[in-house]
Design a binder for this molecule. Structure first.
Ligand SMILES: *[C@@H]1O[C@H](CO)[C@@H](O)[C@H](O)[C@H]1NC(C)=O
Ligand SMILES: *[C@@H]1O[C@H](CO)[C@@H](O)[C@H](O)[C@H]1NC(C)=O
Ligand SMILES: *[C@@H]1O[C@H](CO)[C@@H](O)[C@H](O)[C@H]1NC(C)=O
Ligand SMILES: *[C@@H]1O[C@H](CO)[C@@H](O)[C@H](O)[C@H]1NC(C)=O
Ligand SMILES: *[C@@H]1O[C@H](CO)[C@@H](O)[C@H](O)[C@H]1NC(C)=O
Length: 834
């Protein structure tokens, strides 16, 4: 059975039950129609007048007055909110009690009309929120039919205080309406990907900044008014910002998107944003010329940084993994080779968003482009964008946020957690599972196998540091991963000790079977201990974002009854290594090996480029590549992984970690961690796969001990075939072997700069597969478009009897190896080679 589809099913089924469509109910929701006596209903929302009770209770103004538009008919279409205004002649304030701390949306409505008493077009004033200036020397253009200024403010106080300070000759300030509304906790995350020349970096501290909305765009769609937005926002069409209008083509779908698997919710953006988009307009392209779609958004000159949120939803593909494209901001690469189905758990039409931070530039604009990638499939080249938000990050250091360097450090810790800690649990889990499986297979497990556990303690020390400063996001209920405690109890037979397959500092790992029969690994934190809660939440938030077909996945989590439980997918066939040598399992065919290498390369490529922080695995080796029942490779064991490429500080603090025989010599010498260190280790794995021998084999003669050196030696002699796994002799096509050998050799270059990126490695391996396969009929899922008309060559692959399963009743020292455990493991062990 196809694991991905099972997982998708579980999640879908789970969601069908949960009330995911309930509208967001903000804990704080203050709507004031300033200068009005009555409550005014606009878009089904009641704005209380501040000229009488109860609205007047929020206002403390010594010299304010209310004025009204004298002849509303002269302003066709004027909102009822703009018929009145409150005018201040001295410093005045509105105060709103806070029932829940966190991000609040503050919207101020201005319409500069002219009354007998005042010409509001001449007013000039400052506005602050809780002491921080949000508008300075502000005035409103008289001709504009109303203007909304929107801010996101993280309120950690008993009230929100909005102060108006009149300035200038006239000495008046005014406002027509005020909204102070709680935003969903997860709406603004603390971190984002910093996009600039030096490559991706991480920005952290967004939550403590005030954000001012500048552009909110429904790409490819129509204007959306507050009436139709889940958080009462305005969205406008993108056409006026398109650089080359003909480059883009509007597409839409009529049914709502599938929320819940991509991390976005209806509050992130409403349906109408995700079901309309611009794609590349192929009809207007002469020949197969490749191009980008670009938009340019004007900014007012200023040295701020900007927050850019891009909304995506691939409802144009008919199958997953058809659409690969690049995303650029200000001509810098923001996301390379984005495969939306990969980040949305192989689903389509699933909303996904990604946050970036960019610096201002001399052009006073932000340029956003999407275009074809090197992984784009010929004939299916395309790129898509559904929505875009641009906000100014206000430099509100007065509001309790820390200075830059401190923040950087925090981020590194956060990164360490995101990239490391977080994964540890899951790694541990995967590892335990695997370890257990191996114990069954080969009772003498090498001690080296358990080295992956060691970083736990190292990471453990960094948790505490981070937790002090971070606001824990309330769990993204949106992720769709919540599993009830009852279901987990059922799955694990109420945490039956016999099902324990591992343990660690964080608690126990159980083998479980969900109600529909899906096998899972269940990691349970020590019940009742809320320690580590922020990490638990971060883990879920982040893991959900890096979901990929070729990375071992999180299936769900449970947070009920002071429990912290994580549920992971189960990898039936165990580690790649066990299929290469030392276990007596039937050898894998060359094609299988190539596919496994391609899958792992895809996983690593995604790890390096697909997530906000860009994660370096740091422990790539054949025991950390797991195979599912269909021999689909998934990278596991992120115990050593961390965010990267990082700021200078991290390089210094990075102790050399990794496994002997796979370690990047440059990293070893200079302690500078980059994603090229993973490329090196992967090169070793490639030779391991080709030669079917360990990276280090101390029993061999001196020149042979180190596989990397040994293989490079034969590659230089041009006689690589001499050391190929004897099983493969004569079965690898010369061109395929040459391509593979060249690729592995390039990965092992002494210096990181000389090594290819994981994306290049992936491309080359696919090519090696193509060279092997030329003339053979292609499997339908294969991406490339070779013709299948040539004579099929018989495939010399001994089929692996995947149904043969034997319960291995060897006498390990596991007290748990009784009936039920054996039953459990019978699912795990394929021992057809014995
Ligand atoms: C208005 O805001 C500016 C910039 O924040 C500040 O320099 C100025 O002092 C403020 N004026 C008053 C009267 O508060
Ligand atoms: C919000 O945070 C402030 C400052 O930490 C605290 O005084 C207040 O009680 C908090 N409010 C709520 C509702 O938790
Ligand atoms: C809300 O959306 C519906 C469907 O797109 C549209 O017909 C309606 O005019 C919109 N209403 C407002 C107030 O924008
Ligand atoms: C990006 O490149 C385009 C086309 O080369 C150029 O017109 C534009 O000025 C560049 N934008 C930025 C922000 O560098
Ligand atoms: C798309 O834009 C980026 C950034 O400006 C540029 O590097 C790339 O070459 C463009 N791609 C195409 C196909 O024009």
């Amino acid at each position: 059975m196809n694991l991905a589809s099972i997982l998708a099913f579980i999640i879908t089924a789970h969601f069908a039950v949960s009330p995911s469509s309930a509208a967001f109910a903000p804990p704080d929701n203050y709507l004031i129609n300033c200068g009005s006596v009555e409550t005014t209903t606009v878009d089904n929302r009641d704005f209380k007048g501040d000229s009488s009770s109860p609205g007047s209770a929020f206002l403390s103004a010594a010299g304010s007055s209310s004025i009204a538009v004298q002849n509303p008919n002269s302003y066709p279409g004027l909102s009822d909110l703009y018929r009145t205004a409150r005018v201040f002649t001295s410093v005045s304030r509105y105060e709103f009690g806070v029932t829940k701390n966190g991000t609040h949306m503050v919207r101020l409505h201005f319409f500069a009309f002219n009354s007998q008493k005042h010409d509001l077009g001449l007013a000039q004033f400052n506005v602050s929120v809780n002491g921080y200036p949000i508008l300075s020397g502000f005035s409103v253009d008289r001709t504009k039919n109303g203007k909304i200024k929107e801010f996101f403010v993280n309120v950690q106080d008993v009230k929100v205080v909005v102060v108006f300070t009149p300035l200038g000759r006239l000495g008046i300030a005014f406002v027509n309406a005020i909204e102070v509304i709680s935003a969903p906790d997860e709406l603004i995350a603390d971190g984002a990907q910093l996009v600039r020349t030096s490559g991706p970096e991480n920005y952290v501290g967004l939550r403590s900044k005030i954000l001012e909305t500048l552009h909110r765009i429904n790409v490819g769609g129509a204007k959306i008014t507050p009436f139709n937005d889940t958080l009462w926002r305005d969205w406008i069409p993108d056409e006026e910002f398109l650089v080359v209008k003909n480059a883009a083509k509007r597409v839409s779908r009529s049914t709502p998107p599938n929320y819940e698997q991509g991390g976005a919710t209806r509050e992130t953006a409403p349906d109408q944003v995700y079901i309309t988009a611009q794609v590349m307009n192929m009809a207007d392209v002469i020949s197969s010329a490749l191009f980008n779609i670009s938009w340019v958004f004007p900014l007012s000159p200023d040295n701020s940084r900007y927050f850019v949120r891009m909304h995506f939803c691939d409802f144009v593909s008919t199958m997953p993994h058809q659409l690969y494209f690049n995303v650029y901001i200000n001509n810098y690469s923001a996301i390379a080779d984005l495969d939306l189905s990969a980040v949305t758990f192989n689903s389509l039409a699933t909303p996904y968003y990604k946050d970036f931070v960019v610096d201002s530039n001399s052009l006073n604009s932000i340029r956003v482009s999407v275009g074809p990638s090197s992984l784009s499939i010929p004939g299916k080249v395309n790129a898509i964008l559904n929505g875009l938000e641009i906000m100014r990050i206000m430099n509100n250091d007065g509001l309790g946020s820390q200075g830059g360097s401190k923040k950087k450090r925090t981020w590194i810790l956060v990164g360490a957690i995101l990239g490391g800690f977080f994964f540890i649990c899951f790694v541990v889990l995967a590892f335990l599972l695997m370890g257990k499986c191996m114990k069954k297979e080969k009772p003498k497990q090498k001690p080296a196998e358990s080295s992956a556990w060691s970083p736990l303690t190292v990471r453990g020390s960094s948790y505490t540091k981070v937790s002090e400063g971070t606001t824990t996001a309330s769990l993204a209920h949106n992720l769709g991963l919540k599993i009830s405690f009852a279901e987990i109890q059922y799955a694990t037979n109420s945490f039956d000790k016999k099902l324990i397959i591992g343990s660690g500092g964080f608690g126990m790992v159980f083998k479980g079977v969900l109600q529909d029969g899906t096998e899972v690994a269940v990691k349970r934190g020590v019940p009742g201990s809320r320690q580590g809660l922020p990490e638990f939440q971060t883990e879920i938030t982040v893991l959900s974002k890096i979901r990929h077909r070729h990375l071992v996945s999180l299936i769900g989590y449970c947070e009920e009854q002071s429990e912290m439980i994580l549920v992971y997918e189960f990898m039936e066939k165990g580690a790649l290594k066990s299929h290469l040598y030392g276990t007596g399992m039937p050898p894998l065919s060359w094609k299988q090996r190539l596919e496994i290498c391609i899958g792992s390369a895809r996983g690593l490529h995604y790890l390096h480029t697909g997530s906000a922080q860009g994660i370096i695995h740091r422990d790539v080796k054949s025991t950390n590549i797991l195979l599912d029942e269909n021999y689909v490779a998934k990278v596991a064991d992120f115990g050593l992984s961390r965010a990267g490429p990082c700021l200078d500080e991290t390089h210094v603090s990075t102790g050399v970690k990794g496994s002997f025989g796979y370690l990047d010599p440059e990293y070893f010498k200079r302690q500078q961690l980059t994603d090229k260190s993973d490329v090196y280790s992967f090169g070793v794995v490639l030779f391991e796969v080709l030669c079917a021998r360990p990276a280090i084999d101390p029993l061999l003669s001196r020149e042979q001990v180190n596989l990397a050196e040994w293989a490079m030696l034969w590659q230089k002699r041009g006689m690589l075939e001499q050391i190929v796994d004897p099983f493969l002799t004569g079965k690898i096509k010369t061109d395929s072997l040459r391509k593979f050998g060249d690729t592995a050799t390039k990965c092992l270059a002494d210096y990181g700069v000389d090594r290819p990126t994981m994306g290049d490695v992936l491309w080359n391996l696919e090519y090696a597969l193509q060279l092997q396969e030329t003339g053979m009929s292609r499997e339908p899922h294969e991406d490339s478009s070779t013709n299948a008309t040539e004579i099929p060559v018989p495939v010399l692959i001994p089929r692996i009897p995947s149904t043969t399963v034997r319960i291995d009743e060897d006498n390990t020292d596991q007290s748990s190896s009784d009936m039920s455990t054996s039953k459990v493991f019978s699912q795990l062990i394929t021992s057809e080679g014995r």
